[in-house]
Write a protein that binds this ligand. Structure first.
Ligand SMILES: [Zn+2]
Length: 537
């Protein structure tokens, strides 16, 4: 009995009870739930602004809107922090596609990013050209001028038996809260993000490296240009029923060849064309694609805004989300939702005139969809180099970075990224939101978004556990990523929690306990500068 009492006292001494300032939490809830502006932010970033592909006019428009909004909130300290090289910008301002023969039908789809356009409507006969490896190029030389290519046969569609949308049930959260079985994915595992894509096989049948894929793609695109290919049709990399998932069709590299139009179609429309071609029925399509490239220099920027701390302004709490999006729709769940919540959290802190010891800094990243480029560049510029773990003075001054980028679903908890020491602290911060469904802490890691750039350098970076809703089934990188799939109450709840976490982190006496520094991560072959090609969330 005496020993237990002794241990308990030691525990309490070692980890004095973490407290959340409930009066401030109460004020934050009031502002977030009764005077919310979060859906206005989302509306302007999506319905008004449109897509925000990095280095496109849409990204610049959104960045300027953020700057103006911050100023309207009374936050004057806003900057566009340059980084680079990223590459050329791209956008499109017209798209239509039609099946002309053997019978008329409109085609649902859109052009892949960084691919070429047409000078008005173009018609062409569709042929199947299965070009998978360099050796195939010779076979097709002189046979492709004016043709529209498909490069794979039809792809069958499975029967849908599971609901498209879902919220985590208690059982799901209980499973998520369990540590992963120690083993292949390391101690704290990696809760997978969205479905990864299969890497194509090389001539030896083994998956090609990213560098080999990029090199072959550049050769293929130059071949299409040299051979006068009119365009390429492909199925979205997943999706059906008119929902097309697509991303970049070529590199944003200033030196990369610009391929002819490469159009992703909904699988049902692609399959009809593939079946017709397979049965040797002549197929003619027409498309009109107006694209624009911006080679005004390869650099881009992150949007940074801050409220200076009072007692310890050199110490910083960061919140963030990536402002860039893909171009199929308005990037509402990926990731205008995260941006709207981060903007709302800093608006709430300002509106309540809450004074914090530490500086609160908002970062809205660019280049996330191409490989977490913006946040990686920021971490390298400010905190240190992951390749040799050379740290900068700011490294010790960062309290934490909180990221939101798992769709529009409400916060159900936090991934502790393997940091056991934080459990009692985040438990106390989360407690006032238990009755809003935020109940779960897991020791697991999660990946594929910008907090990873911080964690890689041993900085406390966190992504929240969010309800999946229809993120992976419908909106993530698709032409249906729109405002309609973001529930207002979810973003209001998330705004209150994020504002509260930031306030607690910015006023807590001590710096948060950290894990030991990770080992240096030498650059992988073919990953120059901030141009790594990890798949992003
Ligand atoms: Zn994202």
């Amino acid at each position: 009995m005496r020993t237990t009492l002794l241990l308990l006292t030691i525990g309490l001494l070692a980890y004095p009870q973490e407290k959340a300032n409930l009066y401030v939490v109460h004020q934050i809830k009031q502002e977030a739930l009764e005077n919310s502006k979060v859906m206005d932010h989302l509306f302007w970033l999506t319905d008004v602004n449109g897509h925000r592909l990095t280095n496109s006019p849409g990204f610049d428009r959104a960045a300027n809107w953020v700057k103006k909004s911050m100023n309207d909130f009374g936050i004057k300290d806003v900057s566009f922090e340059k980084w680079g090289p990223f590459g050329r910008g791209w956008t499109y301002s017209n798209f239509s596609a039609h099946l002309i023969e053997p019978a008329y039908s409109p085609l649902i789809g859109y052009p892949n990013a960084w691919t070429g356009g047409t000078q008005g409507p173009v018609q062409g006969e569709v042929i199947l050209a299965s070009i998978r490896v360099e050796a195939d190029l010779e076979k097709w030389k002189g046979k492709l001028r004016g043709k529209v290519l498909i490069m794979e046969p039809e792809r069958s569609i499975g029967l849908h038996t599971i609901a498209r949308g879902r919220r985590y049930a208690d059982a799901d959260l209980a499973a998520e809260a369990m540590a992963p079985d120690p083993g292949p994915t390391g101690v704290f595992g990696l809760t997978p993000g969205g479905p990864g894509r299969q890497l194509p096989a090389g001539p030896d049948g083994r998956p090609m490296s990213m560098a080999a894929i990029r090199a072959f793609r550049a050769k293929l695109h130059q071949f299409f240009v040299d051979e006068g290919v009119a365009g390429v049709l492909m199925p979205g990399y997943r999706g059906e029923a008119g929902t097309v998932f697509a991303g970049s069709g070529s590199s944003q590299d200033l030196k990369a060849p610009i391929p002819p139009p490469m159009i992703s179609l909904t699988i049902e429309h692609y399959n009809r064309i593939a079946r017709l071609v397979d049965k040797k029925v002549p197929v003619k399509v027409q498309f009109d694609v107006k694209t624009e490239f911006f080679d005004k220099g390869a650099d881009t920027y992150n949007v940074i805004a801050e409220i200076k701390g009072t007692k310890r302004p050199e110490e910083v709490v960061m919140i963030g989300a990536h402002l860039d999006s893909w171009h199929g729709a308005t990037g509402a769940t990926d990731n205008a939702a995260g941006c709207a919540v981060a903007i709302e959290a800093i608006r709430i802190i300002k509106a309540l005139n809450l004074k914090t010891d530490r500086t609160i800094r908002l970062a809205l990243w660019s280049g996330e969809e191409q490989g977490l480029f913006g946040s990686k560049a920021y971490v390298k510029d400010h905190f240190g180099d992951v390749t040799n773990m050379q740290l900068k003075p700011e490294h010790a001054k960062l309290q934490a970075y909180f990221n939101l980028d798992n769709g529009g679903g409400k916060i159900r908890g936090v991934y502790l990224q393997g940091n056991d020491m934080l459990r009692p602290i985040f438990e106390a911060w989360l407690a006032p939101f238990k009755d809003y469904g935020a109940t779960t802490l897991t020791i697991r890691n999660t990946g594929s978004t910008d907090h990873v750039s911080f964690n890689s350098l041993g900085l406390p970076g966190f992504q929240f556990i969010q309800d999946p809703l229809e993120y992976f089934s419908t909106t993530h990188h698709s032409n249906m990523d729109v405002y309609d799939y973001v529930p207002k109450s979810d973003l209001m709840q998330a705004s209150a929690i994020l504002a509260s976490f930031v306030y607690n982190a910015a006023t807590r006496d001590e710096m948060l306990p950290r894990k030991p520094l990770p080992k240096p991560q030498p650059e992988r072959r073919g990953e120059g500068g901030a141009r790594a090609t990890g798949s992003a969330n």
